[in-house]
Write a protein that binds this ligand. Structure first.
Ligand code: R5P
Length: 300
């Protein structure tokens, strides 16, 4: 008999099933329905018997619905006898809103931390959080796991490899991969207009000509950053261009932009499920399930 149980929200079903399989267990039974007005109702369908409870749920689109569902799950699992509640949030939404950029804005990632603490999580785990500041708002333990080990086997052995970060913020992340691959690391200088979201590339630090360049980032949202950077790299005579990004938000036209662009391959993880209509030929999804399984074993 395991001392823990894993539950999943609707945002992370496929990943949670993989994790349960890796750990030779089954997901806890829970009913999650929506009323006609969109309200969510959650009911746990089994005895928890004082076990440690892990809930896997990404805060990916529809972000706010998934957040409320996660809160309702946490509340009902706590009320029904969880000994300790651990939130596994593979993609922590709202982590980009970790600062007040303009007067009058909400400090959203701090509020999300307060909400998750308030619904009774004892700790949370997430992958490649956009900003460490967002985790600093939690008063409970909040741990960031790197998805780098999932990408390494796919990149090892490639000749003339170079790793680049799309901006200074992603340099630490890129350096982790570069170190593992014993490859040089560069970074782009870019500006983003906070109102329109438009990105402008100013230049790259590092010699990319003739290199097999891997662009590393935490996420692909509209794909705009990746497309601009890969076009820049193609003009700068990079030999090949690959993308590794942990969270495939793939909003708007991201999939078709990336398929049409000069990139050879786009590697992402399953922290966010990619629906059929967003799949494209150059896309490869690697799983973080074994990393979650290990984190669960380390947390009981
Ligand atoms: C920015 O700081 C992030 O790390 C990503 O580079 C960005 O959010 C990607 O957004 P998009 O795909 O819309 O350019």
């Amino acid at each position: 008999m395991k001392k823990y149980k894993i539950f999943s929200g609707t945002a992370s079903q496929a990943l949670a099933k993989k994790v349960a399989k890796d750990l030779d267990t089954e997901l806890g039974r829970v009913e999650i329905i929506r009323f006609s007005d969109g309200e969510c109702r959650v009911r746990v369908e089994e005895e928890l018997g004082g076990k440690v409870i892990f809930i896997i749920q990404s805060l990916c689109p529809p972000v706010d619905e998934n957040l409320v569902e996660l809160c309702l799950l946490a509340d009902t699992l706590n009320r029904n006898g969880a000994q300790r509640l651990v939130g596994i949030i593979p993609y922590l939404g709202y982590a980009r809103q970790d600062k007040i950029h303009r007067k009058g804005e909400c400090l959203s990632s701090q509020l999300i931390a307060k909400i998750l603490e308030g619904v009774g999580f004892a700790s949370i785990l997430t992958f490649d959080v956009h900003s460490q500041r967002a985790l600093g708002f939690f008063k409970i333990p909040a741990v960031n796991i790197s998805a780098v080990p999932c990408f390494i086997p796919k990149l090892k052995g490639k000749a003339e490899l170079m790793v680049v970060a799309p901006d200074k913020g992603a340099v630490g992340y890129a350096q982790n991969i570069a170190k593992e691959l014993k490859a040089p690391c560069g970074y782009f200088e870019k500006d983003r207009d906070l109102i329109t979201g438009k990105v402008k590339i100013k230049g790259v630090k590092g010699d990319v000509a003739g290199k097999e360049v891997v662009i590393i980032d935490d996420m692909i949202a509209s794909g705009g950053t990746m497309v601009l950077i890969s076009e820049f790299l193609a003009r700068a005579k990079a030999k090949g261009i690959l993308i590794c990004a942990t969270h495939p938000l793939l909003v708007k036209e991201a999939s078709s932009l990336l398929q049409r662009g000069p990139v050879e391959q786009v590697m992402v993880t399953d922290t966010i499920p990619v629906p059929k209509e967003k799949e494209f030929k150059k896309l490869e999804v690697v799983s973080v399930s074994s990393l979650i399984a290990k984190a669960i074993e380390d947390n009981i």
